[in-house]
Design a protein around this ligand. Structure first.
Ligand SMILES: CSC[C@H]1O[C@H](OP(=O)(O)O)[C@H](O)[C@@H]1O
Length: 344
C-alpha cells in the first residue's frame, strides 16, 4: 500500500491513525493540511515524513504561483519553515525541506521553481524506495537461516516510500527463506507495532507473533530471539541512534542476552552536524496518548504523564547500522564517514 500518492494538484496521504481496520486517504490540497497530517501522525515514520513534507512544498508552490517572484519565494520559504516545525526528531523532514529550499533559492522564474520542486519531490520519493531495497539486500546478509527476529514500532512501507528500512531487511531475508518468525512489539502508546507492522507483515505472509513491549525481555531469556532490528529517526555522526521510545531498553536487553542489535536507516536519517546523540531533540507528545487508547480513558483523566516519543540508544549498544550504501560497524565515527562521506 502506498503511504503517499501525489496527483497533480493534490496529495493523498494514507491515514495511518485508522489502520489496520480502516484503509482511508486524507486529501491534502494545501501545505497546512500536510502539516496537520504530520503533527497528528496520519503520516508518520522518518522517511515518509520527509516525502510528505517535500510534496507539501510543491502544494504551497502551486498555491502561490500567481505571485511575483519575490513574494512567491517569501511565502514558499514560510511554508517550508512551518513544515519544519511539525515534528522535531526525524531528521529526514529537515533534510527534505533543505533540498526544497535550495531549489527555491536557486531559480528565478516562478514556473521554473514549481517544475523543479515537483521533480525533486518525486526524486526524494523514488530514491527512498530504491535505498530501502538496497538496504534490504545489505542487511539480509546479516540475518541467519531460520531467524527469529524482534522488531519495534513500524519501520516498514508505512514509514517510508515503500518496502521499509528494518522491515525491508526482514522482507529481503524472508524472500531468501531465512525468516522463521518476526516478534512484533506492540509499541505503546500509539501501537505502531500492533496496528502497522503486524498488518504489513501479515499482508506479505511473513509469520509474526505480536507481543506487549514488556514481554521482550522474557522472550530473550527464553532464547526465542536470534536478532533485533529497528529503524531510526536520527543518527548522529558517532552512531548514536534516536528511535521510537523503547528502543534503548531493547538495546540494553540485547547486550545482556548477547543478541545482535541492528539499526536500518538510509543516508537521509544521518545528521552529520551532530557529533553525538546528546543534541538530538526528543519529541514529547500529548498526555492523552498515554491516558487513552483510542477514545477510551485507561487512566485517570488528570493523571500526570511523561510522553517522550523517542529515546536515545548509545552507539556502543549497536552491533551494526545497515544503510543503503552498506553495513557499518564500529568504530562508527570513523566508519560512518568512510561509508557515507558527509552524506552529500
Ligand atoms: C523508517 S524509520 C521509522 C521510525 O519512525 C517511527 O516513529 P513515528 O511512528 O513516531 O514517526 C519509529 O521511530 C520508527 O522506527
Amino acid at each position: 500500500m502506498k503511504v503517499v500518492k501525489f496527483e497533480l494538484d493534490k496529495l493523498m496521504l494514507l491515514d495511518q491513525t485508522k489502520l489496520p481496520l480502516v484503509l482511508e486517504y486524507v486529501e491534502c490540497k494545501d501545505y497546512l493540511t500536510v502539516c496537520d497530517a504530520i503533527r497528528t501522525m496520519k503520516v508518520r515514520g522518518a522517511p515518509a515524513i520527509g516525502v510528505a513534507a517535500a510534496y507539501g512544498v510543491v502544494l504551497a508552490s502551486k498555491e502561490y504561483e500567481n505571485l511575483e517572484i519575490n513574494n512567491f519565494k517569501e511565502n514558499l520559504l514560510k511554508a517550508c519553515d512551518e513544515l519544519n516545525q511539525t515534528r522535531p526528531t526525524a531528521v529526514n523532514l529537515f533534510w527534505a525541506i533543505e533540498r526544497m529550499k535550495k531549489i527555491i533559492n536557486k531559480h528565478t522564474e516562478v514556473s521554473e521553481v514549481i517544475q523543479e520542486l515537483e521533480k525533486e519531490a518525486i526524486f526524494i520519493e523514488t530514491d527512498d524506495l530504491e535505498m530501502n531495497r538496497k538496504m534490504g539486500r545489505h542487511g539480509s546478509a546479516l540475518i541467519p537461516n531460520n531467524a527469529r527476529i524482534l522488531t519495534h514500532c513500524n519501520a516498514g512501507s508505512l514509514a517510508t516510500a515503500g518496502y521499509g528500512t528494518a522491515l525491508g531487511v526482514i522482507r529481503a531475508s524472508s524472500q531468501q527463506g531465512k525468516v522463521s518468525m518476526v516478534y512484533v512489539d506492540e509499541t505503546r502508546p500509539l501501537l505502531q507495532g500492533a496496528r502497522l507492522t503486524a498488518y504489513e507483515l501479515m499482508e506479505d505472509n511473513i509469520p509474526i507473533t505480536l507481543i506487549c513491549d514488556n514481554m521482550a525481555a522474557y522472550c530473550m531469556q527464553l532464547k526465542l530471539i536470534d536478532c533485533i532490528i529497528v529503524g531510526a529517526d536520527r543518527i548522529a555522526a558517532n552512531g548514536d541512534v534516536a528511535n521510537k521510545i523503547g528502543t534503548y531498553g531493547l538495546a540494553v536487553l540485547a547486550k545482556a542476552h548477547n543478541i545482535p542489535f541492528y539499526v536500518a536507516a538510509p543516508v537521509s536519517t544521518f545528521d552529520f552536524s551532530l557529533e553525538s546523540g546528546k543534541e538530538i531533540p526528543i519529541e514529547e507528545r500529548a498526555a492523552d496518548e498515554i491516558r487513552k487508547i483510542g477514545d477510551v480513558y485507561i487512566a485517570p483523566p488528570t493523571a500526570n504523564v511523561f510522553n517522550p516519543a523517542f529515546d536515545l540508544t548509545p552507539n556502543e549498544l549497536i552491533t551494526a547500522i545497515i544503510t543503503d550504501k552498506g553495513v557499518i560497524k564500529p568504530n562508527y565515527t570513523q566508519n560512518i564517514q568512510k561509508v557515507l562521506g558527509n552524506g552529500n
